[in-house]
Design a protein around this ligand. Structure first.
Ligand SMILES: C[S@@+](CC[C@H](N)C(=O)[O-])C[C@H]1O[C@@H](n2cnc3c(N)ncnc32)[C@H](O)[C@@H]1O
Length: 280
């Protein structure tokens, strides 16, 4: 199906996308919208962007809405992305939290196809083996807005290309087993402490509980400043006292200095919830 959009239609869609999942498109992204939505338009026989917006908003349009969000998210990820968050988890965060002798609760807040939460679990398993505290209890909640990404997470199956992106050989041998057609499947030691759940970051996440550590990496960049601040404020609320927040390399916590302190580790920066946030 062919569809032509005026810039007014494109603006309507841009506003709709921010409203439903926070993602902000610059006004030169018309080509991206056209190519990403091509399949959705054809599948649901949508005639134009206004038609898509209208149908997505309707009672029966939830499936279309999810398909649109799915198509418009960027799911780029890799194992142990940027390395330093995982080094800091192992060298700074886990030694501190394990002193409390209570289960460590971690949230991977935009987990894409699972590499992030699985990398966190591998880091904890390795830490546990190397430390004098072999019975470290932990749970990871891994969420994303994209249902198709959550399906991939739950399957835990990765092809050679995905495995080749940042997964150390040693981890591959220890924590995966071969599945059919040469793909690798994550083993139960790593998946058993992870719960996958759909969560749109622009909606309340109170139902998830509270956490010692939140990974919210490489997703805030897609949101306008006001949405980003709102999400960071709610992450602050969902962190336990003294809890840690890890964001992506190109993401900053500008405007949040009254809520988080920067902790400089040997391997980069992490953020810690201030015990006594300053009021404005
Ligand atoms: C670039 S990936 C980052 C994955 C991983 N955190 C990392 O750093 O490798 C961004 C992820 O954010 C998810 N996402 C985008 N908007 C979201 C929203 N409003 N709520 C939850 N997840 C969202 C996308 O589906 C995608 O999987």
């Amino acid at each position: 199906m062919q569809y032509q959009d005026s810039s007014a239609d494109f603006d309507l869609f841009r506003g709709f996308l921010v409203e439903v999942c926070g993602i902000e498109l610059s006004n030169d992204k018309e080509y991206l919208v056209a190519s990403r939505l091509k399949k959705v338009m054809a599948t649901y026989q949508l005639e134009s962007l206004p038609d898509l917006v209208q149908r997505s908003r309707s009672h029966s349009g939830r499936e279309i809405l999810f398909a649109v969000i799915d198509a418009m998210t960027t799911n780029e990820t890799l194992w142990f992305r940027d390395r330093h968050p995982f080094i800091n988890l192992e060298n700074t965060i886990l030694p501190e939290l394990s002193k409390n002798n209570s289960p460590i609760k971690i949230w991977s807040a935009a987990c894409s196809s699972g590499q992030e939460p699985y990398s966190i679990a591998m880091t904890i398993e390795q830490y546990t083996e190397n430390s004098s505290n072999p019975s470290l209890n932990y749970s990871i909640v891994a969420t994303d807005v994209s249902e198709s990404m959550l399906d991939k997470c739950r399957q835990g199956i990765y092809d050679e290309y995905a495995v080749g992106r940042g997964l150390p050989e040693e981890m591959k041998e220890r924590y995966f087993h071969p599945d059919t057609n040469g793909v690798l499947k994550i083993n139960n030691q790593i998946r058993k402490n992870i719960r996958f759940k759909a969560k749109n970051l622009i909606e309340s996440f109170r139902d998830l509980g509270r956490f010692d550590v939140v990974f919210c990496r490489n997703v805030l960049i897609y949101f306008p400043h006001s949405v980003k601040l709102d999400i960071l404020n709610r992450i602050f609320e969902s962190l336990l006292p003294g809890g840690y927040l890890l964001v992506g390399g190109s993401e900053s916590l500008a405007g949040m200095a009254d809520r988080f302190e920067m902790v400089s580790c040997r391997s980069g920066i992490i953020y810690r919830k201030l015990q006594h946030p300053q009021s404005h």
